[in-house]
Design a protein around this ligand. Structure first.
Ligand SMILES: Nc1ncnc2c1ncn2[C@@H]1O[C@H](COP(=O)(O)OP(=O)(O)O)[C@@H](O)[C@H]1O
Ligand SMILES: [Mg+2]
Length: 290
């Protein structure tokens, strides 16, 4: 599969004709995962020779693939489309190196038009086959279970909306700027994940800062739901940033209590095992409810 760097290169060289046909694929993902030459002709209003040429070149670029009944959009095709939208609308100038490959995403650095550092997160749910059956079951409830592209677009929407909501609080949240299909542009955080830090000089101080962030989001009726040492960054000013919010829930969610307790449990367990801290889970939980 082409990397995001390949996709950025493709964006630069994409012909208008190829883009128009790519756009037909993107516009149809909600209703038709597979489209044929006939569909492309009628949706694009292009001459059949031009459609043929564009389809061949999108195939060669590996942005679409051939199936039994037609063609389907690939992740790289959606990447190219999303990136082009970001660049054409001046949100970013281009993308740079990888900032992290997560369970469900690829995150790369980017520069904004005013030369500020950004991070762009591209959702990649479905890239890894599921071993966790609980997750699989929860996804199967989604009627679009086979349409990974749509699932990733929906995840990006969810995370973007939570980031916007949390940004209006006092929480340390990477400022979200824009969502383009299955990608989100936000501030780049210059920090390390807790899991990458060999030794904290003052672990209790850091735990308290993490708890403070949990408390602010809880007061806003939002629970991260996937909190761990992998989703917490510590910057050079010793400030804590919680990232990765697509699975967040509000307090109305039927599992809200379970999830907040699990978030707390995971983080307390990390500080206990790694730094030998004894932290009373129940008393911290109870202070949240006050
Ligand atoms: N705003 C950001 N600034 C800098 N690095 C980031 C940012 N967001 C994510 N990352 C990096 O990318 C990795 C994956 O992002 P994350 O949101 O945790 O997605 P996943 O669901 O794939 O774990 C993180 O572990 C982190 O290293
Ligand atoms: Mg993560």
């Amino acid at each position: 599969m082409p990397s995001l760097k390949d996709s950025a290169r493709i964006v630069k060289n994409l012909e208008n004709l190829e883009y128009r046909v790519l756009k037909v694929f993107v516009s149809s993902i909600k209703h038709h995962q597979i489209i044929n030459n006939h569909n492309i002709l009628s949706y694009s209003n292009l001459h059949k020779d031009r459609v043929k040429y564009a389809v061949e070149s999108l195939l060669k670029l590996k942005l679409i693939s051939k199936t039994q009944n037609g063609f389907k959009l690939l992740t790289a095709g959606l990447d190219v489309y999303a990136l082009k939208l970001l660049v054409d609308s001046g949100i970013i100038l281009g993308i740079g190196n990888s900032l992290g490959i997560g369970k469900e995403s690829d995150v790369v650095e980017a520069i904004s038009e005013i030369q500020q550092q950004r991070a762009v997160k591209f959702f990649r749910i479905g890239r890894i086959s599921f071993t966790d059956t609980k997750r699989k079951r929860s996804l199967e409830k989604n009627k679009n279970v086979n349409n990974w592209l749509l699932i990733n677009i929906e995840a990006a929407k969810r995370e973007y909306d939570f980031l916007v909501k949390l940004k209006s609080t006092k929480m340390n949240i990477a400022t979200p700027y824009f969502r383009s299909m299955h990608s989100i542009v936000m501030d780049r955080i210059n920090g390390l994940r807790l899991i990458e830090i060999r030794n904290l000089p003052n672990p209790i101080e850091i735990f308290d800062k993490v708890f403070e962030q949990i408390r602010i989001s809880y007061n806003e009726k939002i629970i991260n739901g996937d909190l761990s040492e992998y989703n917490i960054l510590l910057d050079e000013n010793n400030d804590i940033w919680i990232i990765d919010w697509p699975q967040a829930v509000t307090l109305e969610h039927p599992n809200a209590e379970f999830l907040i307790r699990r978030d707390l449990h995971n983080i307390i367990r990390y500080f206990r095992r790694k730094y030998d801290l004894t932290i009373d889970e129940n008393s911290y939980y109870n202070t949240l409810l006050k």
